[in-house]
Design a protein around this ligand. Structure first.
Ligand code: PLP
Length: 361
Protein backbone atom coordinates (compact mmCIF):
# COMPACT_ATOMS: atom_id res chain seq x y z
CA UNK A 1 0.00 0.00 0.00
CA UNK A 2 1.22 3.50 -0.79
CA UNK A 3 2.11 5.43 2.30
CA UNK A 4 0.10 8.60 2.70
CA UNK A 5 1.88 9.66 5.89
CA UNK A 6 2.31 13.39 6.18
CA UNK A 7 4.24 14.06 9.37
CA UNK A 8 3.55 11.27 11.82
CA UNK A 9 7.12 11.91 12.91
CA UNK A 10 8.13 15.44 13.78
CA UNK A 11 11.68 15.48 12.49
CA UNK A 12 13.97 17.86 14.39
CA UNK A 13 17.19 16.15 13.24
CA UNK A 14 20.22 18.46 12.99
CA UNK A 15 21.44 16.88 9.76
CA UNK A 16 20.89 15.02 7.59
CA UNK A 17 17.49 16.46 8.22
CA UNK A 18 13.90 16.85 7.15
CA UNK A 19 13.14 17.43 3.47
CA UNK A 20 9.74 18.30 1.97
CA UNK A 21 7.51 15.25 1.52
CA UNK A 22 6.91 16.16 -2.13
CA UNK A 23 10.67 16.17 -2.72
CA UNK A 24 11.07 12.73 -1.14
CA UNK A 25 8.28 11.43 -3.37
CA UNK A 26 9.77 12.84 -6.59
CA UNK A 27 13.29 11.77 -5.65
CA UNK A 28 12.20 8.21 -4.99
CA UNK A 29 10.22 8.12 -8.24
CA UNK A 30 13.32 9.29 -10.12
CA UNK A 31 15.40 6.50 -8.64
CA UNK A 32 13.10 4.06 -10.47
CA UNK A 33 12.47 6.10 -13.61
CA UNK A 34 13.52 9.67 -14.23
CA UNK A 35 10.65 11.59 -15.85
CA UNK A 36 9.52 8.61 -17.96
CA UNK A 37 12.94 8.21 -19.62
CA UNK A 38 12.83 4.52 -18.80
CA UNK A 39 16.10 4.87 -16.90
CA UNK A 40 16.84 5.52 -13.27
CA UNK A 41 18.43 8.81 -12.32
CA UNK A 42 21.30 6.83 -10.81
CA UNK A 43 21.95 4.53 -13.77
CA UNK A 44 22.31 7.09 -16.54
CA UNK A 45 25.38 8.99 -17.68
CA UNK A 46 26.01 12.33 -16.00
CA UNK A 47 26.81 13.53 -19.52
CA UNK A 48 23.35 12.55 -20.72
CA UNK A 49 20.95 15.28 -21.77
CA UNK A 50 18.57 14.80 -18.81
CA UNK A 51 21.30 15.01 -16.20
CA UNK A 52 23.09 17.97 -17.80
CA UNK A 53 19.72 19.76 -17.67
CA UNK A 54 19.33 18.86 -13.98
CA UNK A 55 22.76 20.24 -13.08
CA UNK A 56 22.03 23.43 -15.02
CA UNK A 57 18.64 23.90 -13.38
CA UNK A 58 20.13 23.33 -9.92
CA UNK A 59 22.83 25.95 -10.52
CA UNK A 60 20.31 28.35 -12.02
CA UNK A 61 17.91 27.98 -9.09
CA UNK A 62 20.71 28.89 -6.69
CA UNK A 63 21.28 32.03 -8.78
CA UNK A 64 17.68 33.10 -8.89
CA UNK A 65 16.74 32.20 -5.32
CA UNK A 66 19.72 34.08 -3.87
CA UNK A 67 19.71 36.83 -6.50
CA UNK A 68 23.33 36.26 -7.47
CA UNK A 69 25.02 38.82 -9.72
CA UNK A 70 26.57 37.42 -12.94
CA UNK A 71 30.10 37.51 -11.59
CA UNK A 72 29.26 34.82 -9.05
CA UNK A 73 29.88 31.17 -9.89
CA UNK A 74 27.82 28.23 -8.58
CA UNK A 75 29.20 24.70 -8.21
CA UNK A 76 27.96 21.44 -6.70
CA UNK A 77 30.97 19.43 -5.54
CA UNK A 78 31.76 16.66 -3.08
CA UNK A 79 33.66 16.29 0.18
CA UNK A 80 31.11 18.04 2.36
CA UNK A 81 31.71 21.27 4.20
CA UNK A 82 34.66 19.58 5.90
CA UNK A 83 36.60 19.55 2.63
CA UNK A 84 35.23 23.05 2.07
CA UNK A 85 37.34 24.25 5.00
CA UNK A 86 40.46 23.31 3.05
CA UNK A 87 39.12 24.24 -0.40
CA UNK A 88 38.16 27.73 0.77
CA UNK A 89 41.61 28.38 2.19
CA UNK A 90 43.36 26.93 -0.89
CA UNK A 91 41.43 29.20 -3.25
CA UNK A 92 41.39 32.45 -1.28
CA UNK A 93 44.23 32.61 1.26
CA UNK A 94 47.10 34.21 -0.69
CA UNK A 95 50.73 33.11 -0.40
CA UNK A 96 52.25 35.70 1.94
CA UNK A 97 48.80 36.91 2.98
CA UNK A 98 46.52 35.85 5.79
CA UNK A 99 42.99 34.91 6.69
CA UNK A 100 41.16 35.80 9.93
CA UNK A 101 38.68 33.40 11.52
CA UNK A 102 35.77 34.07 13.81
CA UNK A 103 35.91 31.00 16.04
CA UNK A 104 32.30 30.50 17.09
CA UNK A 105 32.03 26.74 17.40
CA UNK A 106 33.34 23.32 16.52
CA UNK A 107 32.99 23.76 12.76
CA UNK A 108 34.65 27.18 12.82
CA UNK A 109 37.52 25.71 14.81
CA UNK A 110 37.88 22.90 12.29
CA UNK A 111 37.89 25.43 9.45
CA UNK A 112 40.75 27.36 11.06
CA UNK A 113 42.69 24.14 11.65
CA UNK A 114 42.55 23.28 7.94
CA UNK A 115 43.48 26.81 6.86
CA UNK A 116 46.62 26.64 8.99
CA UNK A 117 47.77 23.77 6.77
CA UNK A 118 47.55 26.13 3.81
CA UNK A 119 49.02 29.39 5.09
CA UNK A 120 48.82 32.15 7.66
CA UNK A 121 45.49 31.91 9.45
CA UNK A 122 44.46 33.05 12.92
CA UNK A 123 41.51 33.64 15.19
CA UNK A 124 40.07 37.15 14.93
CA UNK A 125 37.59 36.55 17.73
CA UNK A 126 36.45 33.52 19.71
CA UNK A 127 33.69 32.54 22.09
CA UNK A 128 35.39 29.34 23.20
CA UNK A 129 35.93 30.68 26.74
CA UNK A 130 32.18 30.82 27.33
CA UNK A 131 31.60 27.40 25.76
CA UNK A 132 30.60 28.86 22.36
CA UNK A 133 27.36 30.17 23.81
CA UNK A 134 27.43 33.39 21.76
CA UNK A 135 28.54 35.19 18.61
CA UNK A 136 31.26 37.65 19.61
CA UNK A 137 31.00 41.02 17.84
CA UNK A 138 33.18 41.23 14.75
CA UNK A 139 35.54 44.19 14.67
CA UNK A 140 34.73 46.50 11.75
CA UNK A 141 38.22 46.09 10.41
CA UNK A 142 40.76 43.32 9.88
CA UNK A 143 44.33 43.37 8.58
CA UNK A 144 43.88 39.99 6.88
CA UNK A 145 42.95 39.48 3.21
CA UNK A 146 39.73 37.60 4.03
CA UNK A 147 37.63 36.95 7.10
CA UNK A 148 36.05 33.53 7.58
CA UNK A 149 32.81 33.13 9.51
CA UNK A 150 30.36 30.32 10.24
CA UNK A 151 26.99 31.99 9.84
CA UNK A 152 25.08 29.43 11.93
CA UNK A 153 26.68 27.25 14.58
CA UNK A 154 24.66 24.08 14.28
CA UNK A 155 25.94 22.42 17.44
CA UNK A 156 25.67 25.37 19.84
CA UNK A 157 22.61 27.03 18.37
CA UNK A 158 24.07 30.47 17.67
CA UNK A 159 23.78 32.52 14.50
CA UNK A 160 24.79 35.90 13.13
CA UNK A 161 21.73 38.12 13.11
CA UNK A 162 22.44 39.16 9.51
CA UNK A 163 25.27 39.73 7.05
CA UNK A 164 28.39 40.96 8.84
CA UNK A 165 29.57 44.52 8.37
CA UNK A 166 33.31 44.34 7.70
CA UNK A 167 35.91 46.06 5.57
CA UNK A 168 37.16 42.74 4.16
CA UNK A 169 35.51 40.17 1.92
CA UNK A 170 33.96 37.32 3.86
CA UNK A 171 34.34 33.62 3.27
CA UNK A 172 31.40 31.89 4.93
CA UNK A 173 30.44 28.37 5.90
CA UNK A 174 26.64 28.58 5.56
CA UNK A 175 26.01 24.84 5.85
CA UNK A 176 23.15 25.12 8.30
CA UNK A 177 21.39 28.33 7.31
CA UNK A 178 21.77 28.71 3.55
CA UNK A 179 18.40 29.51 1.93
CA UNK A 180 16.87 30.23 5.35
CA UNK A 181 16.86 33.99 4.69
CA UNK A 182 17.90 36.52 2.05
CA UNK A 183 21.59 37.45 2.03
CA UNK A 184 23.60 40.36 0.66
CA UNK A 185 25.84 38.16 -1.45
CA UNK A 186 28.22 40.97 -2.46
CA UNK A 187 29.61 40.89 1.09
CA UNK A 188 30.91 37.39 0.45
CA UNK A 189 33.88 36.33 -1.65
CA UNK A 190 32.85 32.73 -1.14
CA UNK A 191 30.01 30.80 0.44
CA UNK A 192 30.05 27.04 0.90
CA UNK A 193 27.41 24.79 2.38
CA UNK A 194 27.02 21.06 2.80
CA UNK A 195 23.62 20.14 1.34
CA UNK A 196 22.32 18.02 4.19
CA UNK A 197 21.30 20.78 6.60
CA UNK A 198 18.91 22.91 4.60
CA UNK A 199 19.14 22.01 0.93
CA UNK A 200 19.09 18.29 0.24
CA UNK A 201 20.62 14.93 1.10
CA UNK A 202 24.23 14.39 2.10
CA UNK A 203 26.69 13.98 -0.74
CA UNK A 204 27.11 17.38 -2.28
CA UNK A 205 28.39 20.74 -1.14
CA UNK A 206 27.42 24.01 -2.73
CA UNK A 207 30.06 26.62 -3.57
CA UNK A 208 29.16 30.17 -4.52
CA UNK A 209 32.00 32.58 -5.17
CA UNK A 210 32.98 35.85 -6.76
CA UNK A 211 34.86 35.05 -9.96
CA UNK A 212 36.78 38.33 -9.63
CA UNK A 213 38.34 37.22 -6.36
CA UNK A 214 39.60 33.82 -7.41
CA UNK A 215 42.90 32.70 -8.94
CA UNK A 216 44.93 35.23 -6.98
CA UNK A 217 46.64 33.15 -4.32
CA UNK A 218 49.87 32.51 -6.25
CA UNK A 219 49.67 28.87 -5.23
CA UNK A 220 49.41 25.68 -7.26
CA UNK A 221 46.13 24.04 -6.32
CA UNK A 222 45.46 20.31 -6.80
CA UNK A 223 42.82 19.91 -9.51
CA UNK A 224 39.94 18.69 -7.40
CA UNK A 225 40.45 21.51 -4.87
CA UNK A 226 40.69 24.20 -7.55
CA UNK A 227 37.30 25.88 -7.92
CA UNK A 228 38.29 27.33 -11.30
CA UNK A 229 38.89 23.82 -12.67
CA UNK A 230 35.34 22.84 -11.71
CA UNK A 231 33.85 26.07 -13.08
CA UNK A 232 35.63 25.51 -16.37
CA UNK A 233 33.80 22.15 -16.67
CA UNK A 234 30.39 23.48 -15.60
CA UNK A 235 30.59 21.60 -12.31
CA UNK A 236 31.23 18.31 -14.17
CA UNK A 237 35.01 17.99 -13.84
CA UNK A 238 34.38 14.46 -12.65
CA UNK A 239 31.23 12.43 -11.99
CA UNK A 240 28.98 14.60 -9.85
CA UNK A 241 26.90 13.14 -6.98
CA UNK A 242 23.85 12.81 -9.22
CA UNK A 243 21.27 11.86 -6.58
CA UNK A 244 22.32 14.62 -4.19
CA UNK A 245 22.33 17.25 -6.94
CA UNK A 246 18.94 16.14 -8.27
CA UNK A 247 17.31 16.11 -4.83
CA UNK A 248 18.84 19.49 -3.98
CA UNK A 249 17.39 20.81 -7.24
CA UNK A 250 13.94 19.51 -6.26
CA UNK A 251 14.25 21.20 -2.86
CA UNK A 252 15.21 24.47 -4.54
CA UNK A 253 12.14 24.22 -6.81
CA UNK A 254 10.05 23.66 -3.68
CA UNK A 255 11.66 26.73 -2.07
CA UNK A 256 10.90 28.82 -5.17
CA UNK A 257 7.31 27.59 -5.31
CA UNK A 258 6.82 28.50 -1.65
CA UNK A 259 7.84 32.13 -1.86
CA UNK A 260 11.64 31.82 -1.89
CA UNK A 261 14.03 32.85 0.85
CA UNK A 262 11.95 35.86 1.97
CA UNK A 263 8.95 33.67 2.78
CA UNK A 264 11.25 31.02 4.31
CA UNK A 265 12.65 33.69 6.60
CA UNK A 266 9.17 34.56 7.84
CA UNK A 267 8.22 30.94 8.45
CA UNK A 268 11.53 30.31 10.21
CA UNK A 269 11.06 33.37 12.43
CA UNK A 270 7.59 32.14 13.45
CA UNK A 271 8.95 28.70 14.35
CA UNK A 272 11.84 30.20 16.35
CA UNK A 273 9.50 32.58 18.22
CA UNK A 274 7.31 29.60 19.12
CA UNK A 275 10.08 27.45 20.61
CA UNK A 276 12.07 30.22 22.31
CA UNK A 277 8.89 31.63 23.81
CA UNK A 278 8.26 28.30 25.50
CA UNK A 279 11.89 27.81 26.56
CA UNK A 280 11.77 31.21 28.29
CA UNK A 281 8.34 30.66 29.82
CA UNK A 282 8.65 27.11 31.04
CA UNK A 283 10.43 26.96 34.45
CA UNK A 284 11.67 23.41 33.74
CA UNK A 285 13.86 24.43 30.79
CA UNK A 286 16.54 26.99 30.04
CA UNK A 287 18.07 28.18 26.80
CA UNK A 288 21.73 27.39 26.16
CA UNK A 289 22.74 30.23 23.83
CA UNK A 290 23.01 33.87 24.80
CA UNK A 291 19.66 35.43 23.83
CA UNK A 292 21.10 37.95 21.34
CA UNK A 293 22.97 35.16 19.51
CA UNK A 294 20.14 32.65 19.30
CA UNK A 295 19.87 30.65 16.10
CA UNK A 296 16.66 30.55 14.13
CA UNK A 297 17.67 27.14 12.79
CA UNK A 298 18.85 25.22 15.86
CA UNK A 299 17.39 25.98 19.30
CA UNK A 300 19.58 24.55 22.08
CA UNK A 301 18.20 24.16 25.59
CA UNK A 302 18.60 22.05 28.70
CA UNK A 303 16.50 20.81 31.59
CA UNK A 304 17.01 22.99 34.67
CA UNK A 305 17.13 19.75 36.66
CA UNK A 306 19.33 17.34 34.72
CA UNK A 307 17.45 14.46 36.34
CA UNK A 308 14.59 15.33 33.95
CA UNK A 309 16.65 15.02 30.77
CA UNK A 310 16.05 11.33 30.07
CA UNK A 311 12.36 11.62 30.95
CA UNK A 312 11.85 14.52 28.58
CA UNK A 313 13.55 12.63 25.76
CA UNK A 314 11.15 9.74 26.39
CA UNK A 315 8.17 12.13 26.39
CA UNK A 316 9.33 13.51 23.03
CA UNK A 317 9.72 10.05 21.57
CA UNK A 318 6.23 9.09 22.71
CA UNK A 319 4.82 12.14 20.93
CA UNK A 320 6.67 11.40 17.67
CA UNK A 321 9.13 14.25 18.26
CA UNK A 322 12.35 12.89 16.80
CA UNK A 323 15.99 14.02 16.76
CA UNK A 324 15.75 16.29 19.79
CA UNK A 325 18.74 14.99 21.76
CA UNK A 326 21.44 17.67 22.05
CA UNK A 327 24.91 17.27 20.58
CA UNK A 328 27.20 15.44 23.00
CA UNK A 329 29.36 18.55 23.48
CA UNK A 330 26.39 20.61 24.75
CA UNK A 331 24.04 17.99 26.20
CA UNK A 332 20.36 18.65 26.77
CA UNK A 333 18.23 19.22 23.71
CA UNK A 334 18.43 20.73 20.26
CA UNK A 335 15.43 21.46 18.11
CA UNK A 336 16.60 21.91 14.51
CA UNK A 337 13.99 23.78 12.51
CA UNK A 338 15.18 23.76 8.93
CA UNK A 339 13.11 25.12 6.04
CA UNK A 340 11.09 21.94 5.51
CA UNK A 341 9.98 21.62 9.15
CA UNK A 342 6.39 22.85 9.50
CA UNK A 343 5.32 25.18 12.30
CA UNK A 344 2.89 22.45 13.45
CA UNK A 345 5.85 20.26 14.43
CA UNK A 346 7.20 23.03 16.66
CA UNK A 347 3.75 23.42 18.18
CA UNK A 348 3.71 19.71 18.98
CA UNK A 349 7.11 20.01 20.70
CA UNK A 350 5.88 23.02 22.69
CA UNK A 351 2.84 21.03 23.78
CA UNK A 352 5.13 18.21 24.97
CA UNK A 353 7.09 20.78 27.02
CA UNK A 354 3.86 22.14 28.56
CA UNK A 355 2.62 18.68 29.40
CA UNK A 356 6.02 17.91 30.92
CA UNK A 357 5.67 20.95 33.16
CA UNK A 358 2.25 19.68 34.30
CA UNK A 359 3.61 16.23 35.13
CA UNK A 360 7.09 17.13 36.43
CA UNK A 361 6.74 20.72 37.68
C1 PLP B 1 27.43 19.89 9.49
C2 PLP B 1 28.31 21.07 9.35
C3 PLP B 1 29.60 20.96 8.80
C4 PLP B 1 30.18 19.64 8.35
O1 PLP B 1 29.56 19.22 7.21
P1 PLP B 1 30.03 17.90 6.40
O2 PLP B 1 29.27 18.05 5.13
O3 PLP B 1 29.61 16.74 7.23
O4 PLP B 1 31.48 17.97 6.22
C5 PLP B 1 30.34 22.11 8.65
N1 PLP B 1 29.87 23.30 9.04
C6 PLP B 1 28.65 23.44 9.58
C7 PLP B 1 28.18 24.80 9.98
C8 PLP B 1 27.83 22.33 9.75
O5 PLP B 1 26.62 22.47 10.29
Amino acid sequence: MMSTTTHAIHNFSAGPCILPQSVLQQASDAVRDLDGNGLSLIEMSHRSKPFVAIMEEARQLVRTELGLPDHYEVLFLQGGASLGFLTAAMNFLPEGGSMDYAVTGTWAKNALKEAKLVGQAQALTSSEETGFDRIPALPATSSADFVHITTNNTIFGTQYAGDPVMDKPIVADMSSDIFSRPIDVEKYACIYAGAQKNMGPAGTVLYIYDKNQIGKTGRTIPSYLDLAVHADKDSMFNTPPVFAVYTSMLTLRWLRDNGGVAAAQERNAAKAACIYGEIDRNPLFQGFADVASRSVMNATFTAVDDANTADFLSACEAAGVSGIKGHRSVGGFRASMYNALPLESVEVLVEVMREFERTHG
